[in-house]
Design a protein around this ligand. Sequence first.
Ligand code: NDP
Length: 367
Amino acid sequence: NRQVILKRYVTGCPMVEDMEVVTGTLRLAVPPGSPAVLVKNLYLSCDPYMRTRMTRHAVPSFVPDYVPGKVQPDGTPVVVVVDNCLSVCIYTCYTVDNCQVLDNCGVSKVVLSGHPDFKPGDLLWGVTGWEEYTLIPNPVFCHMINHREFPLSYYTGVLGVPGLTAYAGLFEVAKAKKGECVFVSAAAGAVGQIVGQLAKLTGCYVVGSAGSDQKVNLLKTKFGFNDAFNYKKELDLNAALKRCFPHGIDVYFENVGGAMLDAVLHNMRHRGRVAVCGQVSQYNLEWPDGVDLFRLVGNHIRMEGFLVSDYLGEYHRFEEEMARYLNEGKVVCVEDVAEGIEAAPAALVGLFAGRNVGKQVVAVARE
Ligand code: NDP
């Protein structure tokens, strides 16, 4: 069972060498009487927040830190009690001798099951290990795959957490409405590409920023954004935003933080809303960049952070709506698929250099 572990806590930009692909022993069994399921992992999702779990936090974070170490070849995974996690923990840690196989969302096939809702052969998406096979002690965050008409990998992206994040952030948090001006950063990524398309379907004027001309071209041609710019080529972000939004921005879907957030706050309209989804530019920094938050005051801007886990109850409504859009061709998605579990560390690291074009996924096995 090839597994990806963290070798050491990370400072600065994560490197491939911070992780290691090791081989552990696989036990083809579920503990008698337990609700565990043993799954074969097919697709693993790469997400920027995983970097935040690679640092040892003194104060609790919303997800537990990964635990570095070495896998014992004959160890059985055990669930650890998470004491450094603030939110209701939907994550399960699989540790072997106090070492953790990285975990995150993925698409898996059930091999053995002690759980009444799942049987061998079922296809699931939810939290699993970064390994070929995972024993999930209690599949509380595993969902059946309902739409087999789409590629399975879509359940790591447009029909999974990034899609629900876009949907909840745009409609529940930012309350975007027809005719409004919407700006989204990291717009060609997993979340951003869906935010832009949903905003367009709602009748908004939509502009995105991304870090290469290739991505900017995708935004304008494939995803139907009204406009887009390459933030790495703009000398003055404030001027770029004024060019795209001469009358200001009603909704900002915030994915990056730092200088971009500062420039956006200078261009928000009265009673604008900022849905703070993530701040990827900050994840590798020891101290955050300064941002002029006083801008919120004078213009009565509502800026609200959210976690997709607040909206899991919306999932089935979202899934059906998104499946309809996909079937009708109203939403498209672009994926960046890395082949094989050995490719997983580099795929994750690539998120911080913007190497992924679209949703970064790792194909571990075909069905
Ligand atoms: P993406 O697919 O967008 O991948 C990350 C992208 O971020 C890169 O491709 C790169 O694109 C951009 N990026 C990397 N470093 C920087 C930087 N220093 N400055 C600006 N841009 C940078 O990732 P996701 O769509 O999965 O995630 C987008 C955001 O949403 C993240 O902040 C993530 O943490 C957050 N998120 C939040 C959730 C929640 O529950 N609140 C749930 C899921 C995601 P480029 O080439 O354009 O620079």
